[in-house]
Write a protein that binds this ligand. Sequence first.
Ligand code: SF4
Length: 469
Amino acid sequence: MLEQPYEYVAREPVEPDWRRLPGFARVTEEEWRSAQWQRAHCVKSVRQLRGVYGDLLDGSFYADAEADQAGRATMSLLLPPQMLNTMVPGEVPSTATMLADPVRRYMLPVTSDRLPGAAASHPYAARDSLHEHEMWAVEGLTHRYPTKVLAELLSTCPQYCGHCTRMDLVGNSTPAVPKLKFELKPVDRQAAMLTYLRATPGVRDVVVSGGDVANLPFKNLEAFVSGLLEIESIRDIRLASKALMGLPQHWLQDDVVAGMTRLATTARERGVSLALHTHVNAAAQVTPLVAEAARAMLAAGVRDVRNQGVLLRGVNATAGQLLDLCFALLDGAGITPYYFYMCDMIPSAEHWRVSLARAQTLQHDIMGYLPGFATPRIVCDVPYVGKRWVHQVAEYDRERGISYWTKNYRTGIERGDDAALDRRYSYYDPIATLPESGRRWWGERAVDPVAAEVAAASSRTASAADLVG
Ligand code: SF4
């Protein structure tokens, strides 16, 4: 064998023993496999977290988590037992191992993870950093790309991820972030979406998301997807559910499997591709239950189960971690690695973000190990542009960490904008990753830290690209 930078080792997925956690010590296999039991025992507060871990974790850990919820968190706590059980999976957790754990780092943020003070947020961070709300054709339906739309059917999930890009809308308000609320009733919003899509035959591809479709009563999801399947122009439907990993028990319920079989059968008869997209960021999260749920969906007839992860420092931002995750998905669960998004420029996310240069290096370093169809693309979701492969950057000032991007289509809000295709759009590296001269340059921009904090917490306006002069 040649020595390689990454050594592939086939690994069987393992379900960590939940009985190692004091709060789950007496939970039976039957209870663990029940979606209802999982939902009823989600951790929603630090007090409940203490009920699971008890004295395994120091008081300082609970205080750290409490401080984050009170001061920084953009998402409230919501952790199904299945998700908690993938933190420090192979041993009884301690404060040190929990702090270092990649799943904990993104699902259960603590204040000591974040950069201090104003450095926690990029000066141009924004709540709706991708401007999806501005691009709503009707409430919840983002029409950003020419042929595809994002339908946000609901604003809740069975789990809340600390780095959620849709933190503007998804989840409960936190002390730092009052959330936007949908105004229409769900049934009216869905009807408006279907009406728009019937009248817009140029759209062929619908991502059905939220939130997480696992939080919709299945009959409501089935009604909406059935409505899509009746529109001749819709050829691709992708259902987005992180719960395939966070709450695989949901997707293993008999009524859900039967319902997905009905939808997949109709889709196949009509020549439509129905796929399930999930969001796994760490190899430890691919457990036998996750594999069972993914295979149940494939057996139900969906065309593919794909993973869209997020590149996060301290979680998966090394080539080894990415490849371990991709092989766990592909070998262990039949899930196709698809994308890794760079973490978006939301408030208090600087400790998770990596530079574009780092993302380019990672893309280089993971090439050649996985089959081509399962080699994920690392993409930057550039405000007002959309996904770009990280090597598509038009110009890159590495000293100041500003990348410039172009695009080849108009978003829904640029119909009358003649310059939209000639303009360059900016994206920013985390300032802490810049060379000293670049950090000094940003320091001299006289970005008022208080104003930046306020802007980060409340701005739903433009990316402020023009502020860079
Ligand atoms: S599951 Fe998706 S939408 Fe829900 S909190 Fe996580 S990243 Fe956000």
